[in-house]
Each structure stands twice: as structure tokens, then as C-alpha cells.
Unconditional design. Structure first.
Length: 202
């Protein structure tokens, strides 16, 4: 489930999409697929839902959707958006990426583990999964495996207050530590001898 600033959107079995303005009254729509939709995200202009059998369904409105062909039949568990790119992750280490939500390419994740969740935050994508699998990527295309310090299943990941929080089995919570804020570029101020500001000519 997500909130796009105006309404809640939820996806689920049978390709159903639910919309609600207040979280109490819901209207349900067919998405154009019968696949079990596992997750949904949006980039401000369109929504993308993912699910079983490699299903990816983009939509400009959240209700009118067209299922797209993808280069995988592996189930997709989660989808995220960042730096102008959608990234979807799922079983058998599957990771897909797309700049428009319509045309998708496979990325090499370097693992066959089941990836449960993917998120964008702090300028990077992070994916988590079974056997302590923790992957990071700066662009959604090239991925690096990191040590999570556990062999337990990592179920979900969130980002806030400049840190990643990962929920694992048996009540285990992992924290990345606070990430450094991006540096603020210095401001250049120049005043000419006559008090006027210089003119930049390109």
C-alpha cells in the first residue's frame, strides 16, 4: 500500500487495485491482469505495480492499466523508484529496471536468493532477502552484495532520518547508522568595484 499525496492505493490477489481517499471507504478496480500484485509505487506521473509470474502493470491513473511483457517469469515482490528509474525485485535474485515503467531490462544481482523488498533512499537502492541477503546499487543496474551480519531472512527495508532500517525474522531489527547528508555547494558572491554585480556570458 502507498499514499500518493491524495489517496491510498493497495494491490492484491486477482490483480485487484483498491483506492481510498480516507483509508476507510475503498473502491476496487480490475488492473487488467489476474496475477497476484504484490507491491506498487509511483514517480509522481505514473504508477507501477508488480506481482507473480513477472507481472508488471504501469498506469497513469492508478486504475486503468495495461500489463507489459517483461524478460522474466519470476515472481516480483517489490518495486521502488529513484533517480529517474523504476527497480523491481523478486524470487531467484531477480532484479529488473526501467526508466519509463514500460520497457524493462534485467540486472545482474549476483544472487539466487529470494528478494523480499527493494527501496530507494539516501541516493541508493537497497534490496533485502533470504539468508541475510543485502544488496545495494547506486543506479539500479549494477548491484553489490553487502554483509548484513545475519543469515536470517530479511523481510522488509525502510528509509528515514538518513538511515535504513531492516526488519528480519525472530524480531531482529537492523540499522544502517545515520548516512552523511550530501554537501551543500558553496555560494560564490562577487561585487565589482563600482558596486554592481558581474554578468556571466556563456
Amino acid at each position: 500500500m502507498i499514499h500518493d499525496g491524495d489517496r491510498f492505493l493497495a494491490v492484491g490477489k486477482g490483480g485487484k487495485v483498491g483506492l481510498s481517499a480516507d483509508g476507510e471507504a475503498w473502491a476496487f478496480h480490475d488492473s487488467g491482469t489476474t496475477a497476484w500484485l504484490k507491491h506498487i509505487t509511483h514517480d509522481g506521473a505514473q504508477y507501477v505495480a508488480v506481482g507473480t509470474r513477472g507481472t508488471i502493470v504501469p498506469s497513469a491513473t492508478g486504475t486503468q492499466r495495461t500489463e507489459r511483457e517483461t524478460p522474466t517469469t519470476s515472481g516480483l515482490e517489490s518495486v521502488a523508484f529513484g533517480i529517474g528509474r523504476f527497480v523491481a525485485a523478486g524470487i531467484k535474485g531477480t532484479i529488473m529496471h526501467s526508466v519509463d515503467g514500460v520497457r524493462w531490462l534485467k540486472a545482474k544481482s549476483g544472487t539466487k536468493e529470494w528478494l523480499n523488498d527493494v527501496i530507494f533512499g539516501g541516493g541508493m537502492f537497497v534490496a533485502v532477502g533470504t539468508n541475510g541477503t543485502l544488496l545495494t546499487s547506486a543506479d539500479g543496474k549494477a548491484w553489490v552484495r553487502r554483509s548484513s551480519g545475519t543469515e536470517g531472512t530479511l523481510g522488509s527495508v525502510a528509509f528515514g532520518d538518513q538511515r535504513f532500517i531492516i526488519a528480519a525474522r525472530a524480531g531482529l531489527i537492523l540499522e544502517s547508522g545515520r548516512l552523511a547528508a550530501p554537501p551543500v555547494p558553496p555560494m560564490l558572491s562577487v561585487t565589482l568595484a563600482n558596486g554592481s554585480q558581474p554578468r556571466l556570458i556563456i
